[in-house]
Every structure is written in C-alpha cells, then in structure tokens.
Design a protein around this ligand. Structure first.
Ligand code: ZN
Length: 305
C-alpha cells in the first residue's frame, strides 16, 4: 500500500463536470484530454509499484516547494537507499530525439516539452529541499514512458529513461534491492507528506456560471447528462447504469458545491440543478435528511449529518 495515495486531480474532476454541462473551447478540451491521459498513465505506473515487495515508502503525487519554486513529483519511492524519483509520461505514438530535443514524428518538427529537463529540475529542487531539511540520502531519477504504444526513434543512450518494454525488468531488479526502513525513513516520509501543497484549480478553468450550465444529473460512471428518473432510480440512457435517487441527489449536491464553492445550497437551487427530479418535495426530503438546516430555506453543506 502506498504511503501517500494518488487522487484524481481536482482540475480533471471539474473539467469533466463542465464538459458534461457546457461546450468547452477546443483548447480546454485538449487540456482536459491531456490531463486525463497523464493521470491514467500515473495510475498505470501505480499498478506496477503497488506490486513491489521490497521495503519501501511510496509517495504518489507530491506538490512541493523548495527555495520559492514549486515542483510536482509523480512518484517517489523511498527505499533504504536511494530515494527514487519518477516522472511518468503517457505519450502514445512515434517520437524522435534530436539535438537534445523531443519531437512528434507525425507532426513535422512539432517539438514537445523535454521530460528530461523536467526531471532535472525536479531532482535539483528535491535535492535542495532535502539539504534544507538536513537530510542526506542519494537520489535516483527516471523518466518513465508508460504507454506500450510509445516509440522513441534515435533514442539517446545513457539517459535516465525507462521505456515500456524495459519496465517489467526494471521493476523486477528494483524489487531485489536490499532495503530496510527505519525511523529516519518514516520521519522523512511524514515530513514530505506534510509539506505537500494543494492547489485550487479554479483560476485555470474556463469561465462558467450557474445560469448557463446545462441542468440535469450526471451518470456516476460515464459522466453523461442523458439520464432520467424511473421509479426511485436515476437511469443513464447511455450506459444503462442505475443509481438510487437519494444517492444521486446527494452526489449532485457535491458536484454543485465543487463547481460553486461559495453558493448557498437551497431546495430551489438543487431542484433546478438536478432538473430531472419531478418533485421538489423529494429534493427537500433528501436535503432535510442529510443536511442541517440554517434558517428556513437554506441547508449548509458543512453540516452534513
Ligand atoms: Zn452512464
């Protein structure tokens, strides 16, 4: 089990909710798809690191700050020695390497961000952070290309890159390292987790307001807004998923609060938001049963019973 688990980035969650309820601009759609793909790659890597048997603390997704610079670590695996830093890339398709730069093969001369430079920056900032903590432990850093459909032509030798076909062997070798963890490692892992920062993504999102977002209830697994209420269930017309209506209403309130953190939750607002619930009495009953009322009309999200 990981010492620090990975969660879906809140920007991905919010963009998914917005994508169901408004027409995203092309650049926002692309950003959403890129973020989803990146996250999927990290989850694929987690599936491998979770299988490790060697004594290690696995810290996933850390946002740290060192000497005024923020940096994100996809995965950090702490063994007795060293500390292994992984930058995970879920690139798919054909790429080539030329003069220390990465290019996509399909799009002529389309340069992409050099993951080796990202890794270098990350490693250097982590080293500084550890120095400031007075901690001395060697660091190893790797770029992992996780997608089996990734191919790099003119691949450089002697660079800290792990290609998809090398991953099984790398993990096997990694697992054989002798490793004993002690109080020092636990303390350092705790310190790093406590230094993890969370960034609110609202500033990066496209503009949106309540009035202009499509109303309705999303399907939990597929995210579609094409849902109807039948008997006491929310039924998805796309994937067929059924969810008990009370549960679906509460989930919709959570989505509403996520999109509009400052909004007052009232029966009327939730009724309008859900759209497909025929009776406002159902909404009132669910809110009354699950939230504490403030005044006559408002229900505070904080006072979830
Ligand atoms: Zn569905």
């Amino acid at each position: 089990m990981s010492f620090k688990p990975r969660f879906e980035p809140s920007e991905v969650t919010l963009l998914r909710l917005l994508n169901a309820r408004m027409e995203l601009a092309e650049k926002d759609k692309q950003r959403y798809q890129r973020l989803v793909k990146g996250f999927e790659g990290e989850v694929m890597f987690d599936a491998l690191t979770e299988k490790l048997q060697c004594r290690s603390n696995i810290l996933n997704e850390l946002l740290l700050e060192s000497n005024g610079s923020k940096f994100q670590i996809d995965s950090l695996i702490m063994t007795q020695e060293p500390l292994c830093l992984f930058e995970v890339k879920n690139y798919e398709g054909d790429f080539y390497f030329k003069n220390d730069r990465f290019y996509m093969l399909a799009k002529k001369e389309k340069e992409i961000k050099n993951p080796l430079l990202q890794l270098e920056r990350c490693e250097s900032l982590l080293r500084q952070l550890l120095q400031n903590l007075g901690v001395s432990i060697p660091i190893e850093a790797y770029v992992v290309f996780i997608n089996p459909q990734f191919q790099l032509y003119q691949a450089p030798l002697n660079k800290p890159i792990i290609y998809p076909n090398q991953l099984p062997r790398f993990m096997e070798k990694f697992d054989k390292r002798p490793s004993q963890l002690n109080g020092f490692h636990k303390k350092l892992a705790d310190q790093l987790v406590s230094m993890h920062q969370t960034e609110l993504p609202y500033g990066k999102l496209p503009g949106y307001d309540f009035a202009r977002l499509k109303k309705g209830m999303t399907c939990a697994p597929c995210g579609s807004l094409q849902t109807i209420v039948a008997d006491r269930n929310l039924v998805c017309e796309v994937c067929g998923h059924m969810e008990e209506i009370d549960h679906a209403i509460l989930r919709s309130v959570v989505e509403l609060k996520l999109l509009f953190p400052d909004m007052k939750i009232t029966t009327g607002v939730v009724y309008e938001w859900c759209g497909v619930v025929g009776s406002i009495k159902t909404i009132r009953r669910v809110l009354m049963q699950n939230y504490s009322a403030i005044g006559k009309k408002e229900y505070s999200f904080i006072n979830l019973k």
